[in-house]
Design a protein around this ligand. Structure first.
Ligand code: 6CS
Length: 336
């Protein structure tokens, strides 16, 4: 009788331990931006959904808490983190095909066509997951973060204006190639070095979406904002693949549902964000010059895209060609 009681007690205790282990299980998720920037808003939405619909909790690590973008990717591949948001701008060395996002003028411009592109793209939703999987990553989604603008110390109306200007780019060989084709001296740097680099004049410009130009105060250290229309910032959200594969089907579905909710939210959240960021900048610094290049002025930048595309194929071969062709087909499907 006593033994039976003890056994029942031990069983109950084991279940309680198991239950509390589940209840306390925490997934760690790092991203490249602050908590109130686009990647942070996406992350919070994901966290809210997971925590409201399961016993898991999600611990968020914004930019700077665990290092630069390359550091959080390494930590995810090593299984220290379960989730990471890394932009293709930093994934180029690992997955050369991800550089396709830096062929200028390839993606649809902002708006519903762009959102539809991200929702339905076969390249993004079917081809890229296979490429990321080869590096131990479960690609969960990619989403846009807004039209990329250049912020510089000198006016930019043509590639000639970029001559001898050190323009900071993310550490991506094809992005380096783009800026070379645009006439600049491309300077790849991790994000943490950009503000100081502009302050000390080691670099004379950089590119990013408007919300980021505002939130990171790039306008304090540059004087011109130029809309060239050459790209929209893309980012990617992924999980450590061993971790993801080891989850039950229900938990995998929970994650996919959370991603869908966060994806829809982040598109809606960004509606009008470029415009409001610009307003905020002009309130803080009314003398900031904002130039939207005309079609005619964009043409030389568009012409440069051809050589960048050729370089992309040289770097990635047949696999890159297949991705590029599919990206174009996906774009045409939402713009034609
Ligand atoms: O330019 C960069 O490095 C950064 N830009 C954005 C919009 N997000 C994160 C990334 O580190």
């Amino acid at each position: 009788m006593r033994l039976k009681t003890l056994l029942i007690g031990a069983g109950t205790a084991a279940i309680m331990v198991a239950t509390s282990a589940t209840a306390q299980q925490t997934w760690r998720y790092a991203f490249e931006e602050a908590i109130d920037e686009v990647q942070g808003v996406f992350a919070q939405q994901f966290q809210d959904y997971i925590e409201a619909n399961s016993d898991y909790s999600v611990q968020l690590f914004p930019f700077g808490t665990l290092g630069e973008s390359d550091d959080i990717m390494e930590q995810t591949q090593a299984g220290i983190l379960q989730f990471v948001n890394q932009s293709p701008g930093f994934t180029g060395a690992l997955i050369p095909e991800a550089q396709v996002f830096f062929v200028p003028y390839l993606l649809p411009q902002e708006g519903e066509a762009l959102n539809e592109f991200f929702r339905n793209s076969v390249a993004i939703n079917e081809m890229f997951p296979e490429l990321y999987a080869q590096h131990g990553l479960e690609l969960l989604t990619m989403y846009p973060e807004g039209e990329v603008v250049m912020t510089t110390k000198q006016p930019v109306r043509s590639p000639a204006d970029l001559n001898e200007q050190n323009i900071r780019v993310m550490t991506n060989p094809l992005l380096v190639e783009s800026y070379r084709a645009f006439g600049a001296v491309p300077t790849p740097l991790p994000w943490g070095e950009v503000y100081g680099g502009l302050q000390t004049n080691m670099i004379q410009g950089q590119e990013n979406p408007m919300f980021f130009v505002e939130s990171t105060r790039m306008y304090e250290v540059t004087d011109y904002i130029t809309f060239t229309g050459h790209n929209n910032f893309t980012t990617a959200f992924m999980a450590n693949k061993d971790f993801f594969d080891g989850l039950s089907e229900d938990d995998q579905q929970l994650i996919r549902d959370a991603v869908e909710v966060a994806f829809d939210h982040i598109l809606e959240y960004q509606d009008g964000l470029t415009e409001s960021a610009l307003e905020t900048i002009l309130e803080s610094k009314p003398e900031m010059e904002v130039v939207i290049l005309s079609e005619e002025e964009r043409q030389p930048f568009m012409d440069a895209a051809e050589s960048v595309e050729a370089e992309f194929i040289r770097m990635t071969g047949d696999s890159g060609q297949a991705i590029l062709d599919q990206m174009k087909a996906d774009r045409d499907a939402v713009t034609d």
